[in-house]
Write a protein that binds this ligand. Sequence first.
Ligand code: ADP
Ligand code: MG
Length: 605
Amino acid sequence: MDIIHLLPDSVANQIAAGEVIQRPASCLKELVENSLDAGATRVQVIVRDAGRTLLQVIDDGIGMSETDARLAFERHATSKIREAQDLFSLRTMGFRGEALASICAVAQVEMTTRRKEDETGTLLEIHGSDIVRQEPCSCPVGTNIKVSNLFFNVPVRRKFLKTDQTELRNLLTEFYHIVLVYPKVTFTFVHNDEILLELPAGSEKQRIEAVFGNPKKNVYTSAFVDINTDTELVSIHGFVVKPENATKKSEQYFFVNGRYMRHPYFLKAVQTAYSGMLSNDYQPSFFIYFTIAPEAIDVNIHPTKTEIKFADEQTIFQILMASVREALGKFTLAPQIDFDTTGSIDIPVAQTHPVSLPKVTVDPNYNPFHSRQSYVEQQRPVSHWESLYEGLKNERSHSELNDGMSASLNDDLLRPEDVESCPLWQYAGKYILLPTSHGLVLINQHRAHTAVLYHQFLEQLRMTQGAMQQLLFPEVLVLPPDEMVLVDHLLPDLRAIGFDIEQLSPDSFSIQGLPAQLANQSAVLVVQDIIHNVRERGADTQTEWREQIAVTMAESAAIPNGKTLSEEEMRELVTKLVELPQYQRTAKGKTIVSLLSDEEIGRRF
Ligand code: ADP
Ligand code: MG
């Protein structure tokens, strides 16, 4: 008996949907990209329950004919490419003809659409790939797609979704990626009847301000300088933050030919351009737009992936780095150099001012499109890429070495009674040294204090008994919508730990008091760091976000390296450290305690 058969379309579509539509955010991305491909000048997004119950996108684009409306939901139905050749010259966002077929396989879809030249439009209703209604209707020019009850027929997917806050944040992140490259299109984003974003058409800079800042004040974008470079191979323009305006929380966006992309290698180029200018933990924010011949990039990879391959990544790396350096150099700098080097490594040689523009040699005869073969050959920037990480690798092997050492530490090595009586010294303003029967123990003072505070803060969160210190002058915290969403569920815990924080307006808070241990810190910066860390970690449950609150506060409040400690202070710190359930590593896994063994010392003589 033959055993191979073709899957029914509905099943095939559901399988494909798993690839393309993983969560409400991927559905939103597909719908909005379709609107833009259809030439819309105004796109409205209406969401309910973070997209679980409703995701609606209304545009004023070209619309569809009656036949096209029906065909649009077939798999591999697309108006955008005709032959494989076209794949290499893509200028639209979508092209695989899979999105609508996938969406209608896992949701209830209602669409109305009309072309300018048609008097009546078409209404189409599809439930899980079955057409339940198709009829003429009267509607405005453009397309209005309503996706209800996403994953209604795929319970596993539904269960897989995170909390509404997280899914809404994902929706907004996806939305940002798109609106930042279409500043000429007007967008609105409404969630549960509340307007979260209203973005009028304007310049790129105005769009960035409208998303992350305040269009009335232009404070956000005034912290940036322009970059602008035109070469045969690539044009790069955009905005990079002035070094003194950098913060721990950064917005880092690369776009290529109107599409958001992640590119760790190019990120390294930007970071390298800033090296020596930012203090520890600070990251440059940037919005960088590349324009390149479509043939020189490869976007025909997984639909949900945002990594894009370039034909000549090494040259672009150099051009990008030079371009950022030039922008930063033009803008006269007072580099902030933090001599506290804990934890982070500057990758290539730190550059202090004056910032000079490195010479980039760009081969004017270079043609990335010469032959497919040279294209493939050029796709191997690996060796250079790896050499950038040499420093990191060394650091890693170094800490692995440390691990070896601390592995030999047994838990009773640092008994409380030893700490009580032994002599203690401070070395280099950073380390506490104490002799034990096994050898010399070295303790990183900042990390030790971080670990002690971390446990204290976690306990205070559990007991809701943080001690608060009133601020003389309340500070105001303004947040973009995706972060406002986050704060909602963090508020009770922030208050429990000692922040006196009240909502002022839909996008701002006033902070009147902060935890006593943070008394000389900026309340706004600490709260921003907390939100940032919660967002980065995707901390979704109370346990997870409490950990992030405690870690962030502990890192801010811990004694810095470079601070001279009295013997008494050191003893108190080490005593508290050894009482912790796990005192050899911080919550982030960094080594706190290291042993220089007797043998190790003996070998030196
Ligand atoms: P793709 O975008 O890859 O072509 P989709 O499944 O997303 O595939 O869409 C299929 C087709 O439906 C598109 O090629 C386009 O012709 C049509 N279409 C989808 N959305 C819209 C819209 N908002 N306005 C006009 N046409 C649309
Ligand atoms: Mg599409």
